[in-house]
Design a protein around this ligand. Sequence first.
Ligand code: SF4
Ligand code: SF4
Length: 335
Amino acid sequence: MPSDDLFDEAGRQLTVCNSCRYCAGYCPVWPALELRTTLELQDITHLANLCHDCGDCLSACMYAPPHEFAVAPPSVFAEVRADTYRRYVWPHRAPGRLGTGLAFAAVCLALALLSRLFTDRWFVVADRPGDPYEILPHVPLLIAVGAPSLWATGVFGWAALRYWRDVHGRLADLLRLRVWRTTFLQSVQLRHMEGGGAGCEVPGRRGFHLVLLYGFGLCALSTAAAAVLQNVLGAQPPYPWLSVPVISGSVGGIAMLVGGTGLWVRAGGSGFLWALLVLAATGMLTLLLRETVVFGPLLLLHVGAVATAFGVSPYTKFVHWIFRMLSIHHDNLER
Ligand code: SF4
Ligand code: SF4
């Protein structure tokens, strides 16, 4: 649907909702709607990103299709969110599934060539089994992972600033740490997915989403702990099984596989979910087989998966977290 038509349609449906107000206690979208007598484009954008797509309002709605009012908030909000991602994420052109697959293949090939150039130690058991630097030296490895991460951080940051300026306005409110605490707690519990008490309409979706989220967080902790051990404490990899990087990475990897697979089965998979599963699976295999001859190729595949996933993440469904957190923060400030 063209953007203008989409916002007209969303405004029409929300005007019905604002008269009805049956869903007032379902989630923060409805009290936030009641605060608004007119609906501008940025109001609709905010409400759509505040919606966690639990589906409870649609199940309860007496004006849902086939009623002539044809009210279906979760669907129209999903379309507005897709419009948000297109409008605020730069550059606007997403690579698509084929582009992502080709990027993954190109990154793996480049890593393989670099490895051949610098170490040429594929398919041999390393002198220090599990030492990544015997496969790829520190600097190329750092660039392979760091460059896409920096790129994604920059794109997320710029999109966040533009979104916040349009939806909220006051940049200083981004520094309200007390409100951020509430926002953070609500976000990491997916609290707004509880809907009217029945929870998400798709059984297990919220649980699997949380497991995936915490798994991702533990893997990030593993990377941060390894960086501190190496750069601050001078302890070089590989790290023992009973160390913070290995324990948090293992538990996080398993959680990502469980959460991602469950989400895929229950709610259908996006391209990025697939990329996360590849990332988690190659990470676990690299760890489990680090004392064998396949450690080298697996490590290169894993680094390739990490670099590709981070590089394309702003152009996938993954980007939703930034707009959703900002909408929750805006909502908490309004209250
Ligand atoms: S979704 Fe339906 S029941 Fe809920 S407020 Fe809107 S019109 Fe009323
Ligand atoms: S979070 Fe659930 S109840 Fe609230 S608007 Fe979205 S689908 Fe409806």
